[in-house]
Design a protein around this ligand. Structure first.
Ligand SMILES: [Zn+2]
Length: 232
């Protein structure tokens, strides 16, 4: 009934985890850590091609996500297949995440920062981050939250830390200098999301971005997060 993972990555759309945490994921898996991806939406609105059909796009994006995860050494990818741009903070969605946290018992959960302000943050990112934090605490932790999950053998689980990508004021950085090339490769798997211009400039753009995130550190390239340690 329960499986063990060190890290659960909860991503709103296929490709967000690659932007946010792929360099760090590649580090973790190279150290032998078990990383599981949970993809909340099917990404079926993510196109500028007016001829693309949503069902076809969803199918393509699952394949792209699986290819990226394989490159990063992610052990398993779970697709929740909620419709893109339609994620809501519902009891059902929260329970899906609680179930997975109790099933995999991760020490670390990684997701999108829900508290980034203004327009440059997708609504699905805000909802995913918020519901994931709720699922970690208190719902996955408390004995009486879900009697039916207990009956299934899914006991409460205490996550030790949460990392939020996209934070406006990060307090935690990871060195991705060595794994940067794998990150670029993983992002390149998301062909439907990278237009021709972007494709040629992707590596350059990423290098600039991750150099800025590493400012003040003694290494070249970083991913940055808001890190929450959970003491209880
Ligand atoms: Zn997204």
């Amino acid at each position: 009934m329960t499986k063990a993972a060190h890290v659960l990555v909860v991503t709103p759309h296929p490709d967000d985890a690659e932007f946010g945490v792929a360099g760090t994921v590649a580090h973790w898996t190279s150290e032998g850590k078990v990383v599981i991806y949970v993809v909340c939406t099917n990404g079926d609105k993510g196109t500028s091609d007016p001829n693309m059909k949503p069902a076809e796009l969803a199918r393509i994006r699952e394949q792209e996500q699986l290819a990226a995860a394989k490159l990063l050494g992610v052990k398993d990818v779970i697709f929740l297949r909620h419709p893109d741009q339609a994620l809501e903070d519902t009891p059902e969605f929260r329970k899906e995440l609680v179930r997975l946290i109790r099933m995999y018992k991760p020490e670390t959960v990684v997701t999108a920062d829900p508290y980034r302000r203004y327009i440059w943050w997708h609504r699905d990112h805000r909802i995913t981050g918020r519901v994931t934090l709720d699922a970690v605490f208190p719902y996955a932790r408390d004995w009486l939250s879900y009697p039916d999950l207990l009956e299934e053998g899914l006991k409460p689980h205490k996550v030790k830390e949460v990392l939020l990508w996209g934070a406006e004021e990060p307090n935690y950085r990871t060195d991705i200098t060595v794994t940067f090339a794998i990150k670029v490769g993983a992002l390149s798997c998301h062909t439907s999301q990278i237009n021709d211009t972007h494709s040629t400039e992707l590596e350059e753009w990423l290098r600039e971005r991750h150099t800025i995130l590493a400012q003040g550190e003694d290494y070249e390239l970083a991913e940055a997060f808001y890190r929450i340690e959970i003491p209880w």
